[in-house]
Design a binder for this molecule. Sequence first.
Ligand SMILES: Nc1nc2c(c(=O)[nH]1)N[C@H]1C(S)=C(S)[C@@H](COP(=O)(O)O)O[C@H]1N2
Ligand SMILES: [Mo]
Length: 335
Amino acid sequence: MNWRRTNLALFVALVLAFATGVGAVATGSARGRWIVLAHGVAAVAVVLLIPWKTRVVRGGLRRARPTRTLSLLLAGLAVTALAFGFGYATGLVRSVGGLEGMWWHVAAALALVPLLLWHVFARRARPRRGDVSRRVLLRAGLLGAAAVALYAAVDGTVRLTGLPGARRRFTGSYEAGSFRPAAMPTTIWLDDPVPDVAADAWRLSIVDGAGRYELTLDQLASSGTTIRATLDCTSGWYAEQEWTGVPLTALLRDVRGARSVLVHSVTGYQVRFPIEEVRRLFLATWVGEAPLSAGHGYPLRLVAPQRRGFWWVKWVDRIEVQAVPPWWQPPFPVT
Ligand SMILES: Nc1nc2c(c(=O)[nH]1)N[C@H]1C(S)=C(S)[C@@H](COP(=O)(O)O)O[C@H]1N2
Ligand SMILES: [Mo]
């Protein structure tokens, strides 16, 4: 492969790895497990291209361009993202410097995006007609097949040798504190503070087709049902718990014409669900044998089965049924 095709192939593999990585972070239900597998295969394809890329890099270094440092930084970040991804997936390296390996993996991947875009323009490898020839497609197919085979071999080895990676959920997360809420990590999506909510002053506001009304914590806690659901954080851990509280549908009076439901926190954090999903949503005041702790969302948190952790709004203070379409919600919370 010449430098142009090597760079194009690597670019395609990196774009696939990035897109499936974003998909893996978004997916919470078992139907989405294929995207997590695809992420692993795309990463292996990147690794398989390293020998060719090394040749291109050697040639480039000889030219002593002033932007060499940037290119090397890009390579360093790519190798870092790969190493942490591999370390986390196998369980060989679960955390470094007190942070989950998954955190480092995502941080390196996000940091390399601007550098990759710069590199694509600086070392432009324009696609040509011949790039979609039968021979090229055949080679791409071979690379894909080799990536699938190598991925399966690594996965099989992890299982056979009983490495911790074999015990991960389909999302790639490790178990942490199931049925022991006190042992479950507390996680913040970006920068929310843990608020100190005074229960007597706190109210839950419900806004639906019939208007607005408020509930006190006593009113909410008076009738309780218990469900089992798994909280699966994108930072790489999950926990199954018994949550006690009320199904959201029990609180809504009129949802006619509504297209989405907004769940809002005391902190300003909020997410929007498609209206069809209200029947799955649950508001918990307790987890396990005790009321929620401040870190886990006291006095009230959302339980959103089959959704990743960032949908499980803590310190809920308002629920609003709206005509706004569900896609108005960005794929990830912005605050
Ligand atoms: N208000 C608010 N709710 C939030 C978050 C947040 O930052 N603010 N983080 C979310 C994320 S990313 C996860 S994984 C879960 C973690 O819940 P836990 O801290 O009870 O384990 O809460 C979610 N709910
Ligand atoms: Mo999370």
